[in-house]
Design a protein around this ligand. Structure first.
Ligand SMILES: CC(C)(COP(=O)(O)OP(=O)(O)OC[C@H]1O[C@@H](n2cnc3c(N)ncnc32)[C@H](O)[C@@H]1O)[C@@H](O)C(=O)NCCC(=O)NCCS
Ligand SMILES: Nc1ncnc2c1ncn2[C@@H]1O[C@H](COP(=O)(O)OP(=O)(O)OP(=O)(O)O)[C@@H](O)[C@H]1O
Length: 209
């Protein structure tokens, strides 16, 4: 049986980059942020529910979610964030588990990207993960990366970083850290080391079964 490996870390720490590097090594990647995007496609029940709570101003004229408008609402108001999470998170975790189980027959391990895993409301739902890898940068690097994205100014970037758990809080659930404060070559080297360790853990698990 494949291992289920969680990948977590702060906003713009480098989770998607790590996931891409592992995907290139044929590791199946289930990304809860991508699932959340599927759930808010036009016509999806979650998008209707979000509209009922936040009003039609969260939609563009073509009926797609206006991510910038919703982003500003949820990162400046923790009660709005709680409403969003109540609507999306049960569906996200159901689909993530289903897809992880489907992929488990085809690979030594399955990577499940869960940005908010260290949140005490989120963690209990992911007890099925066998191992957790964290990616971390520094808040200054995260902020610089966020400011490169359209529609994010310095106060919003600070609010996005502080809306999440800190790396100190993540320490309690992370088995192994990837420190993404260098260049992409340094990151790729660490990801390779981590990949080999995960292959060894899978082999140990298989031989004890
Ligand atoms: C509010 C939304 C529409 C803003 O869209 P945007 O394009 O700016 O963000 P994107 O989806 O690319 O997410 C980027 C990052 O934001 C952070 N983030 C997302 N949701 C949250 C949240 N509820 N609380 C804190 N941080 C969050 C995560 O670090 C995530 O990796 C979007 O973030 C969203 O749908 N969030 C809810 C889904 C969610 O909770 N994802 C995390 C699953 S563990
Ligand atoms: N070591 C690095 N050197 C230079 N740029 C990097 C490095 N790591 C990541 N980046 C860049 O920083 C940005 C954020 O990285 P990435 O999208 O992987 O983070 P993330 O944690 O998935 O973000 P989010 O929380 O928003 O989903 C991207 O533009 C990525 O190309």
């Amino acid at each position: 049986m494949a291992l289920f490996v969680g990948l977590t870390g702060g906003i713009a720490s480098g989770k998607s980059t790590v996931a891409r590097l592992l995907s290139a090594r044929n590791i199946p990647v289930i990304d809860t942020d991508l699932i959340s995007r599927e759930l808010v496609e036009p016509g999806q029940p979650c998008l209707n529910e979000l509209c009922q709570h936040f009003g039609p101003e969260i939609l563009n004229e073509d009926g797609h979610l206006n991510r910038k408008t919703l982003r500003e609402k949820i990162f400046t108001d923790s009660s709005a964030r709680a409403v969003l999470e109540t609507i999306l998170h049960p569906q996200i975790r159901r689909i993530a588990k289903e897809r992880a189980e489907q992929s488990a027959t085809q690979a030594p391990y399955v990577l499940v990207v869960v940005p908010l895993l260290a949140d005490p409301k989120v963690q209990p739902h992911y007890q099925w993960l066998d191992y957790v890898v964290g990616v971390r940068a520094t808040p200054a690097i995260q902020k610089a990366r966020l400011l490169e994205r359209p529609g994010i100014d310095p106060p919003l970037a600070d609010q996005m970083i502080s809306a999440q758990s800190s790396d100190r809080e993540r320490d309690a659930i992370v088995n192994e850290w990837i420190v993404n404060t260098g260049d992409l070559t340094t990151l790729a080297r660490q990801v390779d080391q981590c990949h080999h360790k995960l292959l060894m853990l899978t082999a140990e698990r298989t031989s004890s079964e």
